[in-house]
Design a protein around this ligand. Structure first.
Ligand SMILES: NC(=O)c1ccc[n+]([C@@H]2O[C@H](COP(=O)([O-])OP(=O)(O)OC[C@H]3O[C@@H](n4cnc5c(N)ncnc54)[C@H](OP(=O)(O)O)[C@@H]3O)[C@@H](O)[C@H]2O)c1
Length: 246
C-alpha cells in the first residue's frame, strides 16, 4: 500500500477541479486527475507535472460505469487505497442559464442529463471507491455542491436567489447534499469524513465571466475539507470554513 496520500479529483482538466489538483499537489499529495477528454486530461496532468507536482491522468466520465470500474481497478492495483475523493465534476445545462426559472419548462432530457453527471455519477463513483477509501487511515470525501442546492436559502425571499431557479442544477445539488448527510451517517463510526462544499461564485466556464471569485480562491473550500484533521467535522456543508444552511 502506498505511503503517500492519494487523491482523486473528478473533472480535473479545467476550472475548480484543475486548481484543486494543483493545491493538493502543492502540499505533497499525489493527485489522480480525472477527465472525460483524454487529450485535455493528459495536458492538465502534464502541466502540473511541469510545476513539479505528482499527478497522473485517469480517464473518467462519471456517467460511465465502465470508466468507474477501470479507475477503481487502477487505484486498487497501484495504490491499494484512496485517501481523498473530491467529487468535483459537474455541469449546468444550456436550457437553464444562471438567471432563469426553468421549473415549468426544463425538458426531461436536460433534467436527466444534469442528474446523470451531478448526482448519479457522483453516487456510483463514491460507492465503487468506498472500499478503497475504507483502507485509508483517514479517508476524506468532498462533494462539490453549491449554495444553489440549499432549500433554506431558496425558500428565503431575502437570500438573493429569487432569479436563480434552474431546477435541474439546483435540485441535483440538493440531492448531493442529501447524499453527504446519509453517507456521513453511515460512516460515523469510521475515520472517514464526508462533507459538501460550496466553492463560491467562481470565474470558470460554468461560473461565467461575471463571477467575482478567482479559481484559486474557489478551490480553497474543497481543499480544506479534503485535508481536515481527525477532529474536523463530518456530514456538514461549508464555504471557506463557514457552515452553509441546508
Ligand atoms: N463556478 C462556480 O461558480 C460554481 C459554484 C458552485 C458550485 N460549482 C461546482 O463546482 C464544480 C466545478 O465547476 P467549475 O466551475 O470548475 O466548472 P467547469 O470549469 O465547467 O468544469 C467542470 C468540470 O466537470 C467536468 N465534467 C462535466 N461532465 C463530466 C462528466 N460526465 N464526467 C467527468 N467530468 C465531467 C468538465 O469536463 P469537460 O471539460 O470535459 O466538460 C470539467 O472538467 C461543479 O460541480 C460545479 O457545479 C461551481
Amino acid at each position: 500500500m502506498s505511503e503517500k496520500k492519494i487523491a482523486l479529483v473528478t473533472g480535473a482538466n479545467k476550472g475548480i477541479g484543475f486548481e484543486t489538483s494543483r493545491q493538493l499537489g502543492k502540499i505533497g499529495i499525489m493527485v489522480l486527475m480525472g477527465a472525460r477528454d483524454r487529450k485535455q486530461g493528459l495536458a492538465a496532468a502534464e502541466k502540473l507535472q511541469e510545476e513539479g507536482l505528482d499527478t497522473a491522468f485517469v480517464h473518467l466520465d462519471v456517467t460511465s460505469s465502465r470508466d468507474i470500474d477501470q479507475v477503481r481497478s487502477f487505484i486498487d492495483n497501484n495504490f491499494g487505497k484512496l485517501d481523498i475523493l473530491l467529487n468535483n465534476a459537474g455541469m449546468a445545462h444550456s436550457e437553464e442559464p444562471l438567471f432563469s426559472n426553468s421549473t415549468a419548462t426544463i425538458s426531461m432530457q436536460a433534467l436527466r442529463q444534469t442528474f446523470d453527471v451531478n448526482f448519479f455519477g457522483l453516487v456510483e463513483l463514491t460507492q465503487a471507491l468506498l472500499p478503497l477509501i475504507r483502507k485509508s487511515p483517514a479517508g476524506r470525501i468532498v462533494n462539490m455542491s453549491s449554495m444553489l442546492g440549499s432549500l433554506t436559502l431558496h425558500s428565503d425571499p431575502q437570500s438573493g436567489l429569487e432569479q436563480i431557479k434552474g431546477l435541474a442544477y439546483n435540485a441535483s445539488k440538493t440531492a448531493v447534499n442529501q447524499f453527504t448527510v446519509h453517507l456521513a451517517a453511515l460512516l460515523k463510526d469510521t475515520p472517514i469524513k464526508v462533507n459538501s462544499a460550496h466553492p463560491g461564485w467562481v470565474r470558470t466556464e460554468l461560473g461565467g465571466n461575471e463571477a467575482p471569485m478567482e479559481v484559486g480562491e474557489g478551490a480553497k473550500t474543497g481543499v480544506a475539507l479534503a485535508t481536515l484533521d481527525t477532529d474536523g467535522p463530518s456530514g456538514g456543508f461549508f464555504h471557506l470554513g463557514e457552515r452553509m444552511p441546508w
